[in-house]
Design a protein around this ligand. Structure first.
Ligand SMILES: Cc1ncc(COP(=O)(O)O)c(C=O)c1O
Length: 379
């Protein structure tokens, strides 16, 4: 049977990972500035993470949410403590899209409304409502039934115009727009958005699925502002490859039995994986590392001729070019063994594990310098 072929992919087969490095089946070593799409927070095969999952698997891998699982409480306690949201509650699921989908359900129950306000260039997942608030072409008709308005990022007037109708259940905004090109929303705009949400009883959902979990140097990217969103959605870096999603929910929401649910979410293996990730982020001071190495990297990247703009925060960096970057990305990978991500056609997305060192950062910088120098000579 053949695979249903939907992913553009590189001709590389990774078989081993350690920290920020990957080896392919021929033994060639790569440095991972893509993080498997912002997933690798603590790096590949961290021994503490491996040991915790291994020993839990020998004990009990899974049982359903219809029984007691104190690992969930331990996870919630550690997560709320590290994020600074100790009065919020945790709902666990499996993916980012599921977290956002659950956030919309919550918002709709809370407000009795159904419309959602979202931003152009936003990405929130590929399930039904999540897909409809995502700024991608080719929406399937089954996903197009949702009532959604899309407005430009940082446009306060458009926010006010829509929310004053009091018809919107929620606004969803990324901590930093990833897929759309690595755009950091203006802090003042985010604060005013939170005020308008409060005044109009609209639920503010902060999608920190890509920008959260220490990636920008704070636990969540919106913590560079003073706001406290109603719901914060998470996934990617939460499990370091183990599929975990979740939301932190403000005390304003009251749960009732059956309000939300999932078969696999919060299972025993997921909880120990999630706990191990948080322990390593704390023990190895990875948020500080993301901030420090991110600054170092940005300073170096700023000096490279040929990059139109360097933007982002911490270890979520976008490099915009005047030309489509697919060939550049391939050269970085095949000639310099550097994995990078992409946003649209003209932006390289840099999303390494939070463990990278300045030495690793130099690998990327030197590779970029070398490829861009060749590009200029070829022109
Ligand atoms: C900001 C954001 N939200 C939601 C999602 C969807 O997450 P998942 O692919 O785990 O469903 C993504 C995935 O790239 C994302 O970047």
């Amino acid at each position: 049977m053949n695979l249903f072929d939907v992913y553009p992919s590189f001709n590389v087969e990774p078989v081993k990972g350690e920290g920020p490095y990957i080896w392919d089946k021929n033994g060639k070593k790569y440095v991972d500035f893509y993080g498997g799409h912002a997933v690798m927070s603590i790096g590949h095969s961290h021994p503490h993470y491996v040991q915790k999952i291994e020993s839990q698997l020998r004990q009990l891998g899974f049982y359903s949410n219809s029984t007691q699982n104190p690992l969930q409480e331990a996870f919630a306690q550690k997560l709320t403590q590290m994020s600074g949201y100790s009065d919020y509650r945790l709902f666990l699921c499996n993916t980012g899209a599921e977290a956002n989908e659950s956030a919309f359900t919550l918002a709709s129950h809370q407000t009795g409304r159904r419309k959602i306000l979202t931003f152009t260039k936003g990405f929130h997942g590929r399930t039904s409502a999540a897909r409809s608030v995502t700024d991608l072409p080719k929406v399937a008709s089954v996903n197009a039934q949702h009532e959604v308005a899309k407005i430009p990022l940082n446009d306060l007037y458009a926010v006010q115009k829509h929310l004053q109708t009091q018809e919107f259940a929620a606004v969803i905004i990324e901590g930093v727009q990833g897929f759309g090109g690595v755009y950091v929303p203006n802090s003042q705009f985010v604060e005013q958005l939170a005020q308008v949400c409060k005044a109009t009883q609209t639920v503010l959902i902060l999608d920190e699925i890509q920008s959260g979990y220490g990636r920008t140097g704070k636990f969540f990217a919106h913590q560079y502002t003073s706001i406290r969103p109603d719901v914060i959605t998470m996934a990617k870096g939460m499990g370091n490859g183990f599929p975990i999603g979740g939301m932190l929910i403000s005390p304003e929401f009251t749960p009732w039995k059956g309000m939300l649910g999932t078969t696999f979410g919060g299972n025993h293996l997921a909880c120990v994986a999630g706990l191990a990730v948080l322990e390593i982020i704390a023990q190895e001071n990875l948020m500080r590392n993301a901030e420090k190495v991110g600054q170092y990297l940005k300073q170096k990247l700023d000096t490279i001729a040929g990059i139109k703009e360097v933007r982002g925060k911490g270890l979520m960096i976008g490099l915009e070019f005047d030309f489509p970057v697919q060939a550049l990305r391939e050269q970085l990978l095949y000639e310099h063994q550097v994995f990078t991500g992409i946003s649209g056609t003209h932006v390289l997305r840099i999303l390494p594990p939070l463990t990278i060192t300045p030495h690793d950062a130099d690998w990327l910088v030197n590779a970029l310098q070398s490829v861009l120098c060749q590009t200029v000579i070829n022109y």
